[in-house]
Design a protein around this ligand. Structure first.
Ligand code: NAG
Ligand code: NAG
Length: 520
């Protein structure tokens, strides 16, 4: 996780896995000998099935006789234990599902971050942490393998050195032993004995958190109970290879206080039982499985096991708060022609003004010019010629490659759509440039500038979005949006006197408002 080699190792692992697959799929010529072998094999399978079926029916008989004897036993127990609660109030409290029907007053101060880092990448990776860390506000510790040079007032979390893990077995040939150290980050953070903690959140040194959204997500759950919250990989194959039940460590995950205590108590023994696992997060999941705690999925944690341009994913984010971004070294800078930390800084301009709405999509149409408009608030606006329906626009475009650097639509654990090849349908992209808050009107004003890319010649007899070079987006910040049911925002094209500037307003959909082109 904290290792630069990790991604390469994932890579290596997959290619060997694929080779394995390939050998399995090797075509074979069916000879007579093969045929005979199959014939006898099928006959013997049929025989086995037949006899086991007999066995099964016998067992079923055994079962039913046991049920009968249970039935005889039941009336002997006290009737009050079988009849259900007498007190209707009690009954109510049992029906209410914890974590879903109410919120807890969890605040940032209740959350402690444990960041897994390595000394050799520290100078580079600390720039990512600086983007989201709030000195003297966020609580947490960076865990390193060796001491590093530090400067004062760098605005970084406290640094600690992880405990020695040489006593733990590690036998995975593709992975690295550092997985053991990183796997113990949560437990080691628990052992610091910090007060008034409700959640431990684990992340890598190249994970960027939107901390207010971490709070919004965790406040839904009862921190006094056992919760393991996170998300899978975008890569279907990675999820098959590791587990769909595992929270990917790079995307970050949260463990409630009592569960973290329980994990800290058993993890060191647990680590001895899984020497063959690859990473740190699969080791955590193995221990979670022993504890019997399933993964609670939250769509805003992003492992981002992809290469190339994240635009497709970030322009069509699920209707859920954006919690984390990962692998920012692997993907292109999120704003083009800028270094990675600078690009993040720009995104954080928007996050600071309306963190709950960052990357929230809204879809509307320019009725006069017959354009489709998709906004990812705080990040990008895209204009397409013609009418593209919301069900398509809310599906991520494959602007990125999969974890094995291929453009393969079967690679993902969610729906995607291809980058269009039609010369008229190439989107015009406007990246967020600056954003400020207008106190008088109580709204944010974002300026989005057209990304200068070449567009192929289009024969369609309609206005070209190339005439627009600036889009101004107005939106009121909405801190409490995630306390209501999830819904996309609506957007609207406002009148403009200049052809080169488009004005959009983004916000709650009004009564009866839907995303559809109005026939004029
Ligand atoms: C059975 O329930 C009654 C109350 O309904 C209680 O007084 C009694 O002690 C119980 N007996 C046992 C064996 O639990
Ligand atoms: C860890 O412990 C082993 C033996 O217990 C020792 O040989 C090794 O030097 C230790 N490593 C560190 C970094 O202290």
């Amino acid at each position: 996780m904290g290792d630069n080699n990790k991604s390469q190792e994932h890579h290596k692992k997959l290619s060997s896995w694929e080779q394995m697959n390939a050998t399995q799929q090797r075509p074979s010529t069916l000879s007579l000998r093969n045929f005979l072998t199959w014939f006898f094999f099928i006959i013997s399978m049929l025989y086995i099935l037949y006899s086991s079926n007999l066995l099964l029916t016998n067992e079923r008989q055994d079962c039913s006789s046991m049920e009968e004897s249970l039935g005889e036993l039941l009336p002997l127990t006290n009737s009050s234990s079988t009849s259900l609660p007498i007190n209707p109030k009690q009954e109510n409290s049992q029906i209410m599902l914890p974590g879903t029907s109410r919120r807890f007053d969890t605040e940032l101060k209740h959350i402690v971050f444990g960041i897994a880092a390595s000394a050799n990448l520290w100078e580079q990776r600390k720039e990512y942490i600086k983007q989201w860390w709030r000195p003297r506000v966020t609580r947490g510790v960076v865990w390193l393998d060796k001491p590093v040079k530090t400067r004062r007032n760098e605005g970084l979390p406290e640094i600690k050195i992880s405990g020695n893990t040489s006593r733990f077995p590690y036998t995975n040939r593709q992975g690295r032993r550092s997985a053991l150290r990183i796997s113990r980050v949560v437990a080691e953070t628990v052992r610091l004995g910090m007060k008034d903690v409700r959640w431990f959140v684990m992340g890598d040194d190249d994970t960027v958190f939107v901390v207010d959204n971490v709070v919004r997500v965790l406040a839904k759950y009862d921190h006094r109970q056992f919760y393991y919250v996170g998300s899978s990989s975008e890569s279907h194959v990675q999820n098959i290879f590791f587990s769909y039940a595992m929270a990917y460590g790079g995307g970050g995950f949260a463990i409630s206080y009592p569960l973290a205590k329980a994990l800290a108590k058993m993890q060191d023994q647990c680590l001895h039982r899984y020497p063959g696992l690859y990473g740190s997060d699969d080791r955590i999941q193995a221990c979670m499985a022993e504890l019997g705690v399933p993964l609670t999925r939250e769509a805003g944690f992003h492992q981002y096991d992809v290469y190339g341009n994240l635009l497709g994913l970030l322009a069509a984010h699920p209707v859920a708060p954006l919690v984390s971004l990962h692998h920012l070294d692997v993907v292109d800078p999120i704003f083009p022609r800028m270094n990675r930390p600078r690009a993040l800084q720009r995104l954080f301009q928007s996050i600071k003004l309306d963190s709950a709405s960052i990357m929230q999509q809204s879809i509307c149409y320019d009725n006069k010019r017959r354009w489709s408009i998709s906004v990812s608030w705080g990040y990008v606006v895209q204009i397409l010629r013609g009418v593209v329906s919301p069900r398509e626009l809310e599906m991520p475009t494959r602007t990125f490659l999969n974890w094995y650097r291929r453009a393969d639509y079967t690679a993902y654990a969610f729906n995607t759509r291809p980058v269009t090849k039609h010369p008229c349908q190439k989107p015009f992209i406007f990246y967020m440039n600056t954003v400020r808050y207008d106190r008088g009107k109580k709204q944010t004003v974002g300026i989005y500038s057209r990304h200068k890319a070449s567009h192929p010649y289009c024969r369609w007899k309609m206005d070209s979005p190339a005439a627009v070079d600036t889009i101004v987006v107005f939106k009121r910040p909405e801190n409490l949006r995630w306390q209501r049911s999830p819904r996309r925002d609506c957007c609207k094209v406002l009148p403009s006197s200049k052809r080169s500037t488009m004005y959009l307003s983004v916000g709650n959909c009004r009564d009866g408002e839907i995303s559809v082109l109005q026939q004029l």
